[in-house]
Design a protein around this ligand. Structure first.
Ligand code: SAM
Length: 298
């Protein structure tokens, strides 16, 4: 896809660079849920193996569905829906009446369409250009926030981008509803000197927020009601993905070539280390929408 519009963060071409490999390739190592964000492990008993990963991905999805307050017959928006795992779960386990997902990856969109999930519709569209027909009862965004702002812009510009995201979500949600957000954030103080290249090499035109950026930019539209920071979740997820990539190396090379196979292996190896050192955090947030009448000069 050509980048015919202006994007505050990663444009479609940058998203395609990372995500538009054949879905069969991602299935080799992401596992049956086809979920490409940190799982939620039981850190006392889970280890790096495909079964624990699948269970932990389902636990992560449950966390978001519960946190978002989605009910049977509710309308749900997944901003950055990937290959549709959370949307599928929202329909099947909660009974959502309508689920809409946004992605900038055409291959992900085609994959979601090919599942023919009832009540689920995906669009290749950035949240920046999306206009819903009706209000939603719940919103989640899992692992897309990292793509919303480009590197190299000022802190003020970055906060404006994030504020616009929260403003949109506020506008699209009905009164009294909730949203969940999952994102990688910069970790300990030494990270502030870490070059943005550690992100850009694998995810062009993308950049991480600090935890406080997320919280500050959610004001005045949302109240933070819960938050967790679980680096270990992403360390274990990256390690399991890496083990899976290595276990299926020949098939991976056949599907995407040796250079690309090595690209994803390096990405997961680096990721596991950065989370282990706490240079990166993995944060999950639950936000409650504040009533419009309480907003003063947003
Ligand atoms: C790491 S994947 C996460 C996918 C999925 N949420 C999951 O947990 O597997 C990031 C997703 O964010 C989407 N994305 C990135 N920027 C976006 C934007 N501006 N608007 C909508 N989706 C976006 C990508 O297309 C991709 O689907």
């Amino acid at each position: 896809m050509s980048d015919s519009k202006a994007y505050a963060g990663a444009p479609p071409s940058a998203i395609e660079f990372h995500y538009d490999m054949p879905p069969e390739f991602f299935r080799l190592w992401l596992g049956e849920t086809m979920t490409y964000t940190a799982a939620r492990f039981d850190t006392n008993s889970d280890g790096c193996n495909p079964n624990d990963l699948d269970r932990a991905q389902k636990a992560k999805m449950r966390w978001h569905l519960e946190g978002s307050g989605l009910r049977r017959d509710g309308r749900y928006l997944d901003i950055g829906c990937g290959w549709g795992s959370l949307m599928k779960e929202a329909g099947e386990s909660i009974g959502a009446v309508e689920v809409i997902g946004l992605t900038l990856s055409r291959k992900q969109y085609e994959y979601v369409q090919s599942m023919r999930l009832s009540n689920v519709t995906a669009y290749v569209e950035s949240y920046e250009y999306y206009t819903p027909e009706r209000k939603f009862d719940a919103i989640s965004s899992v692992g897309a926030f990292e793509h919303f702002a480009r590197p190299g812009i000022s802190v003020e510009q970055k906060l404006l981008v994030y504020r616009n995201f929260f403003r949109c979500c506020h506008e699209w949600l009905r009164d009294g509803s909730q949203m969940t957000l999952q994102t990688i954030t910069w970790g300990d103080i030494s990270t502030r000197q870490v070059s943005h290249e550690s992100v850009s090499e694998f995810f062009p035109n993308s950049s991480l927020p600090f935890i406080e950026d997320v919280i500050v930019s959610s004001k005045p539209w949302f109240e933070l009601v819960a938050m967790e920071n679980r680096c270990r979740d992403y360390e274990l997820t990256c390690k399991t993905w890496l083990l899976n990539l290595r276990a299926h190396r020949n098939e991976g090379i056949r599907l995407v070539g040796a250079e690309r196979q090595s690209f994803y292996e390096r990405c997961m190896q680096g990721g596991a280390l950065l989370f282990r050192r706490r240079n990166y955090n993995l944060c999950r947030f639950v936000f409650k929408r504040l009533p419009s009448r309480l907003l003063k000069n947003p």
